[in-house]
Design a protein around this ligand. Structure first.
Ligand code: PHE
Length: 467
């Protein structure tokens, strides 16, 4: 007899864990620099459209699929379609999870390493970002530091997954997420009360459309998928521990709202501080302002210069590490759930082996900043390549396939019935929501994702040239 599948202790527990997965380096590390590269508020507007039109319907779809089948990503597709082809789509999700883990843990490790630097007071030695940049490069060029921090962040995240859904992931998220929120609010208030913060606020709120092009939309879509943990089965997996009495649309809206709110608050906290320090992204004096180094090269100097800087820099890197840990938990859980359900491994064995494997996979990404920095594929390092491929190509592709799966394979009659379960009270008032969801899943999400994907692989340029 199979043991009963573990369930979340409460709907709030599920929402916090899913928000924990969603809120991560994507919100605090990636969002500000991608927005910065792509015209600030103009990017944010396109990003919000992607979240509402594509993110929300796909979040709901993933949770429903998991809740209905009570299976991991591979098992969920298989249970409904009885087809190995669709099971392979789930398999692609598990693989994407691994790819993301491999570069994600590297940056997560830097964050943890920077908590220690902040505590040591290292940032007070810098007056200019250039010095912080040199220091950052020295650290990431040191493979021992890289490996140590990588190991530490992965080990911490593994502990939660090791203890299972309710006792590990849910319990951890219930403590860590509120803590993260409070820390980030403190930072935002500090940022807003600095002299000269206005320029930073303007940067986020005033759109600069001149920087927007086709690639911006691709970036916004990629960011929407990445930040919501969509397209690889993380929400299928988390949804599979949910009971059918829980209301999925409201849970999805809560996750979405929390995630978006955190990105914006992080943007405000970071840009107000940066601008108040007198740094203008346009004149950063040769420093690569908007790349993955932004928060490690600019933030330490900026924080060190503000009143209370010692505390605020510790707060910043602590909250960044917390955000990363709850996301790594979900990435690990996708793979663990697959081995537990499909291969009948014991959870604890799965966590240890997969954690070890993730550590090994992360090493080439970590070495992209030192020993392997000259090894380039298509002009990108291993780190850059896995980052781009997984977030901008594989996640949208996964999202496209799940939308098609919902209306073509599962069918709207059955998925609609599942959507209504636990949400009867919502739909007695807002029936239009179901119709809108179906419309978005069938026409808007797949079509938009498809166009963006074609563009990303250069097909669109080719077609427009033909005419
Ligand atoms: N959503 C996480 C973030 O923004 C990253 C992530 C992607 C986690 C996919 C799980 C699955 O940092």
């Amino acid at each position: 007899m199979a043991v009963k599948r573990e369930q979340w202790g409460s709907k709030a527990g599920f929402v916090l864990a899913a928000a924990g997965s969603a809120i991560g380096l994507g919100n605090i590390w990636k969002f500000p620099y991608v927005a910065g590269q792509n015209g600030g508020a103009a990017f944010i507007i396109i990003f919000l459209l992607c979240i509402m039109l594509i993110g929300l319907p796909v979040v709901i779809a993933e949770i429903l699929l998991g809740r209905k089948t009570q299976r991991n990503a591979v098992g969920a597709y298989k249970a409904i379609s009885k087809s190995n082809w669709w099971a392979a789509v789930g398999g692609m999700g598990v693989l994407t999870g691994f790819l993301i883990l491999s570069f994600y843990c590297v940056v997560a490790g830097w964050s943890l390493g920077y908590v220690i630097e902040a505590v040591k007071g290292s940032f007070f030695n810098f007056e200019q970002p250039v010095q912080a940049g040199v220091y950052f490069n020295q650290l990431i060029e040191n493979p021992v530091w890289g490996l140590g921090t990588l190991f530490a962040i992965l080990a911490i995240s593994m502990v939660f997954v090791f203890f299972g859904i309710k006792k590990g992931i849910e319990r951890g998220s219930k403590v860590l997420m509120p803590l993260l929120f409070v820390l980030l609010l403190a930072l935002m208030i500090r940022g807003l009360t600095l002299d000269g913060a206005g320029a930073g606020v303007k940067f986020i709120l005033k759109p600069d459309w001149s920087k927007v092009n086709a690639n911006t939309v691709l970036e916004a879509l990629g960011q929407a998928f990445f930040t919501l943990s969509l397209g690889m089965g993380a929400l299928i997996t988390y949804g599979s521990y949910m009971e059918s009495k829980d209301n999925v649309p409201t849970a999805a809206l809560q996750i979405l709202t929390l995630d978006t709110l955190i990105s914006i608050i992080a943007g405000i906290a970071i840009f107000t501080s940066v601008f108040a320090f007198g740094l203008n992204p346009e004149e950063s004096g040769g420093l690569k302002f908007y790349d993955e180094g932004l928060i490690f090269q600019v933030i330490p100097v900026v924080f060190a210069s503000m009143p209370g800087g010692y505390i605020f820099s510790i707060i910043f890197f602590t909250l960044l590490s917390i955000a990363a840990i709850t996301s790594i938990m979900s990435l690990l859980e996708v793979v663990v759930a697959y081995f537990v359900d499909e291969r009948k491994w014991k959870r604890r064995k799965a966590v240890l082996l997969i954690g070890l494997f993730a550590l090994m996979m992360s090493v080439p990404s970590m070495l992209s900043f030192n020993l392997l920095s000259d090894m380039k594929l298509f002009g990108q390092t291993f780190f850059g390549m896995t980052n781009y491929l997984s977030s901008n190509v594989m996640l949208p592709l996964g999202g496209f396939l799940i939308s098609v799966f919902i209306f073509k394979v599962w069918g709207f009659d059955k998925s609609e019935a599942e959507l209504k379960l636990g949400a009867e009270s919502t739909f007695s008032k807002y029936y239009w929501f179901i119709r809108t969801w179906k419309f978005l899943i069938k026409y808007v999400a797949p079509v938009l994702i498809f166009i963006v994907l074609l563009n990303s692989i250069g097909v669109l340029k080719f077609i427009t040239k033909l005419f």
